[in-house]
Design a protein around this ligand. Structure first.
Ligand SMILES: Nc1ncnc2c1ncn2[C@@H]1O[C@H](COP(=O)(O)OP(=O)(O)OP(=O)(O)O)[C@@H](O)[C@H]1O
Length: 990
């Protein structure tokens, strides 16, 4: 690196490999590296470098990202360095949004009406469903939808070539043809069409992109065939491409992402400068190690080196819980514990719960709701999908583009105009038969020029005429004025629409229970439109640069752009934006979490059937999904698995095969003790200031449990051997017992578990007796332990200095001498072997040694004060499970069957004792425990089935009632009408 480069602010924050990638003069640069190695950071820096150092105009750069969220973040990062002006000019967005911009500007050259609308997923599904129904096709509409999408995604060549292996169902082709005809008639493009038509445009009119000097693609591993074509076409003028990607994170196979695109790139651009980034800046060493162990099970994968920059940190956890409900409760308790134990350093915003499928969120949401913790959903229910917002959007679509049959069909009877579903269906069919739009047909009917086939009663016609047609026609005029007259804005238009529909009144009558909330959503929608109008003052940001001799249509309809923005912003939710300001927990699907990171990550439901998903076709892709989820974590990673899943009335599940082979070796069974070295390690990874012990302690609530011990570490399966259940399908046979405490709800049905009336938020010191050690408190360390740690750290520091002296020789070729060729990279194992033991190991930094030494001392200390390990016995003797209380006079206390060998029974009652726990014997403390300090679950206290001695005795007449209490209650009852006695008693911990 030259001296000037060293001073350059763009390059300062980069390591050598990243710098090389940013400054490479090669026309094609491929950066392939593992998660957290700074790929996105490098790509952003390269954009800045190209603008500042090579004289590229921002408007001549195309940057394609995979999600709207990623595009927004990258824009922000670039804007910070280059300023808002430059940032706006860069053509940056998802493939779909970039394609839309080109199609609205130049689409007329390929015969596209520039006012095309976008059919979102819901629209496409509805159209296909109608076609299948009309023709009685024996195909699943969902399958037909993805079949059509795949066909389009593969590009025109694949579309023409028939599938030889599997003969195609002729109905599918027919469905495809009709679907496409429908979209054309309605002047709609679906998501796939945006790409397909853009490819067509750029092939036929390359002049549209003659200005493009550089094309940069993020998350390249998830591009599909058509996106690859598009990338090449965008770059056709200068052939200057930079891609970043990680084959291990390819998780969009179902969307036709093609891992083969990596090979294609190297084949099509043989001079590609190959750069691999090997340092992982995101996660602790233990998180990285265990994630690599998961991904390395895929023997066919592309091997690559990923070295941790951070210290070992807390060991990732694999927690077993009894049921999904218990899993949700445990997650809540662990989040609370972490946030509390780190003082102000961590907030709820630092926590993400990543799910294989959105449907798994029910229990988690219920648990968070019960605990009053705010959360936001990514990939969940979207703001734009709310009923009231959809209605308004459909009206706006109809105003902008009356030929949008689907929008018209959905609003024809909203608010109610007395037009039933059958009539609407007939109208649609009539329009389709006549090959005219629904709007034209309605006009014909209402103008009296068509009457025969559809029996719309005159009254309805009048209503349609005065309401729907009038509203839409009037507002169409106003919509046109928006662009010509600045006095009229999009917000005015929406307000007028609301008043003409009397929308508030409509919501009140239609949704009496939650109309206020819905009206609030409408207000939010208005403010969203207002923001859009304000930003549209910078209309130019969407404009593509003028190119000589190529006509461009100015996309100056604010309404049209607003609607396109809504259709493409499928994962940018308005409610998210609001929530982002507050410290809230994130619940996300793993797919939507791509490219993001959080200090604390939970991955629940790690069982076969969930991940890998029962319907998944590609197991390797499922493994990669788990890998993506795990590598989102910076400091603390938790996986969990219930004994019974939430689907199918709680069927028994097995731990995911992706983790089961090494579960006990690689994971801790419960959350780490947050002692000072662990806290300091996390602070270092996150680059945050750790509050003092005093400050942390001051904020801890009284009776707060500092350990992850509210739930049993090894939950007991209480169902019978065959998993037999009674007729209800879930509740086990046998007498109902009083629940002992809130731990392990596995033998209850899920609902019952969710509706538990009371749940303690803490455990008492006494319950902690067996594991209450000073070392488990944050910050505690004995002087001896501290001394040992200091000397270990000093030794490690010396070692580190010696290692730093070994410098790496730079090669003279494009590729760094110590980096494997990209082809080698994607085909053979790297020269640098993975850390021994499947990725466990690697160089210990001084911090790690310090931590290890410190925690060893702490563990030794703990061992000295630890109560003896007690045999794990069920809280209630199993033989008693079948015991039934006789309804009559069997009021005697059931006799506990004494076990010969139960010598420790006495010890199990220590919860009732105020004496300190007995010291541990000469028990060895393993090295492994030193860092993680697993805490045994508290033993269950004494339990019995007894009814009170008093009742028992009184009913036998064995005890005299004290005089002052009056006559026995039984006598009184005889005189009064019978009133059942109901006591709502919390399930009390005993
Ligand atoms: N040279 C560096 N020095 C310090 N931190 C860095 C460096 N490069 C990247 N980082 C940090 O590492 C983290 C991960 O970076 P980034 O998101 O760019 O990684 P990525 O390779 O794109 O990850 P993924 O593939 O998982 O999306 C970020 O917090 C980033 O700021």
């Amino acid at each position: 690196m030259t001296a000037a480069q060293a001073e350059n602010p763009i390059l300062k924050s980069l390591n050598a490999a990243q710098r090389r990638a940013v400054t490479s003069n090669a026309s094609t640069v491929a950066i392939l590296a593992g998660p957290g190695s700074g790929k996105t950071h490098t790509l952003t820096s390269r954009v800045v470098w190209l603008v500042q150092q090579t004289g590229c105009q921002p408007s001549d750069i195309v940057v394609a990202t995979f999600t709207v969220k990623a595009a927004r973040e990258m824009k922000e990062r670039i804007g910070k360095v280059l300023g808002p002006d430059c940032e706006r000019k860069i053509v940056l967005g998802t493939f779909h949004s970039i394609a839309r911009r080109y199609l609205s500007a130049y689409g007329k050259h390929i015969g596209l009406d520039s006012k095309f609308g976008i059919a979102d997923d819901g629209d496409s599904r509805a159209v296909i469903q109608r076609i299948c129904k009309r023709h009685d096709f024996n195909i699943d509409p969902g399958y037909a939808r993805s079949w059509i999408s795949k066909k389009k995604a593969k590009g025109p060549a694949a579309e023409a070539a028939p599938n030889k292996k599997q003969p195609e169902n002729p109905s599918l082709n027919e469905c495809y043809r009709e679907y496409q005809e429908h979209l054309e008639r309605s002047n709609l493009l679906d998501y796939d069409d945006l790409l397909v038509r853009c490819v067509e445009l750029l092939r036929e009119y390359p002049a549209c992109v003659s200005n493009i000097q550089a094309v940069l693609i993020d998350e390249y591993q998830d591009t599909n065939g058509i996106q690859y074509e598009l990338m090449k076409l965008f770059a056709q003028a200068r052939q200057r491409i930079t891609i970043v990607g990680d084959p291990d994170q390819s998780i969009y196979g179902w969307r036709s992402a093609e891992i083969r695109n990596l090979y294609r790139l190297l084949r099509d651009y043989p001079d590609t400068d190959e750069i691999s980034l090997e340092e992982n800046y995101r996660s602790s060493q233990s998180i990285l190690d265990v994630s690599l162990t998961v991904i390395q099970q895929d023997k066919k994968r592309y091997q690559k080196v990923l070295l941790p920059v951070h210290t070992k940190g807390a060991r990732p956890v694999l927690r077993k819980l009894k049921s999904s409900a218990a899993e949700g409760d445990w997650i809540v308790s662990e989040i609370k514990r972490a946030v509390m134990m780190f003082g102000d350093m961590l907030t709820y915003e630092d926590v993400a719960i990543l799910l294989r499928s959105a449907s798994l969120s029910r229990h988690i949401e219920a648990a968070l709701g019960k605990a009053g913790l705010a959360y936001r959903m990514i990939g969940g229910h979207k703001f734009y999908e709310r009923k009231e917002i959809k209605i308004l959007l459909d009206y706006l679509r109809a105003i902008y583009q009356p030929d949008n049959n689907d929008a018209i069909a959905r609003i024809i009877n909203v608010p109610r105009r007395g037009i039933g579903d059958t009539t609407i269906k007939r109208l649609i069919e009539e329009a389709e038969q006549l090959k005219i739009s629904l709007w034209s047909l309605l006009r014909k009917h209402c103008q009296g020029s068509r009457k025969a086939t559809t029996k719309i009663l005159p009254k309805m016609e009048a209503k349609l005429n005065t309401e729907l047609l009038r509203i839409i026609s009037n507002l169409q005029t106003q919509a046109q004025q928006i662009t010509e007259d600045s006095q009229h804005t999009l917000v005015d238009l929406i307000e007028k629409l609301l008043s003409q529909l009397d929308f508030k009144q409509y919501l009140e009558s239609e949704y009496p229970e939650d109309h206020e909330q819905r009206w609030q959503n409408v207000q939010e929608f208005l403010s969203l439109a207002n923001d859009f109008v304000r930003d549209a003052a910078n209309l130019e940001d969407e404009m593509l640069p003028e190119i000589d001799n190529v006509d461009q249509v100015k996309d100056d309809s604010i309404l049209g752009r607003f609607l396109a923005n809504v259709a493409l912003a499928s994962d940018a939710q308005k409610n998210d934006e609001g929530a982002e300001k507050k410290a809230v927990i994130t619940i996300s699907t793993i797919h939507a979490a791509k490219g993001l990171e959080w200090p604390i990550v939970f991955v629940p439901s790690v069982y076969a059937g969930s991940i890998p998903h029962s319907r998944a076709e590609d197991l390797d892709e499922e493994r990669r999904l788990l890998y993506v989820a795990m590598t989102r974590a910076q400091a603390l990673l938790y996986l969990s698995c219930p004994l019974y899943g939430s689907q199918g009335m709680g069927t028994k599940v097995e731990l995911s095969p992706f983790v089961s082979p090494f579960a006990s070796a690689a994971f801790a069974k419960q959350g780490a003790s947050f002692n000072r070295p662990i806290l300091e390690g996390v602070a270092k990874i996150l680059g945050r200031d750790l509050p003092s012990e005093k400050a942390i302690f001051a904020k801890l609530p009284t009776m707060f449990s500092p350990e992850d011990n509210l739930f049993p570490v090894d939950p007991i399966d209480t169902r019978d051997a065959e998993g037999q259940e009674d007729a209800e399908g879930y509740r086990p046979k046998g007498p109902k017992r009083q629940r002992l405490n809130n731990q392990g709800y596995g033998n209850d049905d899920e609902e019952a578990a969710e509706e538990r009336p009371w749940k303690k938020e803490y455990s008492t010191t006494m319950e902690q007796a067996s594991n209450f050690t000073m070392a488990s408190l944050p910050g505690f360390m004995s002087a001896g332990a501290h001394q040992n740690a200091l000397s270990a750290a000093a030794a490690a520091e010396a070692e580190k200095e010696a290692a730093a002296k070994k410098t790496v020789k730079m090669g003279t070729t494009r590729r760094k001498a110590d980096q494997s060729s990209l082809l080698g990279f994607v085909t053979t194992a790297s020269k640098k072997p993975a850390a021994p033991g499947g990725g466990f190991g690697g160089p210990d930094a001084s911090m790690a040694r310090y931590q290890l030494a410190a925690s060893r001392s702490a563990a030794r200390m703990a061992a000295e004060t630890k109560a003896p390990e007690l045999p794990k016995l069920p809280a209630v003797d199993p033989s008693l499970a079948k015991h039934k209380l006789a309804s009559g006079n069997a009021l005697n206390r059931p006799s506990v069957i004494k076990k010969e060998d139960d010598k420790s029974s006495k010890k199990r009652y220590h919860c009732f004792s105020s004496s300190p726990p007995r010291p541990a014997g000469a028990e060895d403390v393993k090295e492994e425990q030193a860092t993680t300090q697993e805490v045994p679950a508290p033993d269950r206290p004494a339990t019995s089935f007894h009814r009170t001695t008093f009742v028992s005795a009184a009913s036998r007449g064995g005890v005299r009632r004290p005089v002052g209490l009056g006559p026995p209650p039984g006598l009184d009852r005889l005189r009064k009408p019978f009133k059942p006695l109901t006591i709502t008693r919390p399930a009390k911990p005993q």
